[in-house]
Design a binder for this molecule. Structure first.
Ligand code: ADP
Ligand code: MG
Length: 321
């Protein structure tokens, strides 16, 4: 069985392409990284624990992708450019095949976003994956949660609820005719909206990425900013599959409170609307105007039939513990 140092040498040392701003990478007590003048370091960590955040049998390659993707999504929501990552792995055993597959998923995504793995830790114990990503952003451009203002327009990227629908299907709680493959991709291989976040930073006041669902995550943003929000449910961007689900069940919880979408919520001031929408037309993902930031507290919604619901975040909790 491979020892710890052997694992590090074979699986991590050259896992990603070298960057010029890495003065010293894996192998020493610390990595040495060069932050360009005028930029601040954006730092974020996420931990995935087996049995809690993923099933122990999850395809390790998909897990390697997702573990990094959810971290890059946080950088995207800040408007930061990804640069470096560290990876703390707790493994029950030195399973080489598992580790190789995990690192294939991790490295493929890291290469696409020019992220270099610069360090980490490898220990034995119950399977858990903890990643810290480091990005660069001019502090003035960073999209903070506390910066939304009444009158801002609320936009979301991509489509909402696909990952939640895939999870229901995987748990055997929903059956749909036809292929679920593209929905499963949305659950297993979320695409961090990095380029979109970087561009949106030139227009948006505030942003957050969607890990827990629109109602809840927009609720966090509103709370931090001391504002409320109004959502127009008929404007929520949803796939045909989610549209069918909502039509069949009358239940809006998929687009509002299912997690794992990793899309961005952006609040854009009215006087930047046209310029923002013109820029967003060139994006590879659609962006939809879904509501307004308003005075007050909490997230309200107007349903397609004209009825209102107050407090969306807590009103739809069938995905919560
Ligand atoms: P130390 O005992 O000084 O903390 P380690 O033996 O834990 O050093 O790690 C040796 C080197 O390998 C360090 O540079 C560390 O950052 C790197 N490393 C260890 N585990 C990982 C990992 N899972 N991913 C990336 N780098 C790692
Ligand atoms: Mg160590």
């Amino acid at each position: 069985m491979a020892g710890e140092f052997d694992l590090i040498r074979r699986h991590f040392r050259q896992a990603t392409a070298p960057r010029e701003d890495v003065l010293l990478g894996i192998g020493d007590d610390c990595a040495l990284l060069a932050v360009p003048p005028g930029q601040s370091l954006a730092v974020s960590s996420d931990t995935l624990v087996s049995g809690r955040h993923f099933h122990p049998d999850t395809d390790p390659e998909a897990l390697g992708h997702k573990a990094l993707a959810v971290n890059l999504s946080d950088l995207a929501a800040m408007g930061a450019e990804p640069a470096w990552a560290s990876l703390c792995l707790t493994l029950p055993e030195a399973d080489e095949a598992w580790l190789a597959a995990f690192m294939r998923g991790f490295s493929a995504l890291a290469e696409r976003f020019e992220v270099q793995l610069v360090g980490g830790d490898t220990t034995r114990g119950e399977l858990s994956i903890s990643i810290t990503v480091h990005g660069l952003v001019e502090p003035k451009r960073a999209m903070r949660r506390d910066a939304a203002r009444p009158g801002d327009l609320v936009y979301v990227t991509g489509r909402l609820g696909d990952a939640g629908l895939a999870l229901l299907a995987r748990q055997g709680l929903y059956v749909r005719d036809g292929s679920m493959a593209s929905l499963m991709q949305r659950l297993d291989r979320p695409e961090p909206r990095v380029a979109e976040g970087r561009q949106a930073a030139g227009f948006a006041h505030a942003a957050i990425d969607l890990s827990d669902g629109l109602g809840s995550d927009l609720g966090h943003l509103c709370e931090a900013s001391g504002v409320g929000a109004l959502l127009y449910l008929e404007s929520l961007p949803i796939s045909e599959a989610v549209r069918d689900y909502v039509a069949e069940t009358g239940d809006w919880s998929l687009p509002l409170s299912a997690g794992d979408d990793y899309e961005l919520v952006l609040t854009v001031p009215g006087d930047r609307q046209q310029a923002f929408e013109a820029a967003a037309r060139h994006w590879t993902v659609p962006v939809a105007w879904v509501g307004m930031i308003e005075h007050g507290r909490g997230v309200r919604a107007i349903h397609p039939d004209g009825t209102h619901s107050e407090q969306v975040a807590t009103g739809y909790d069938h995905f919560r513990d």
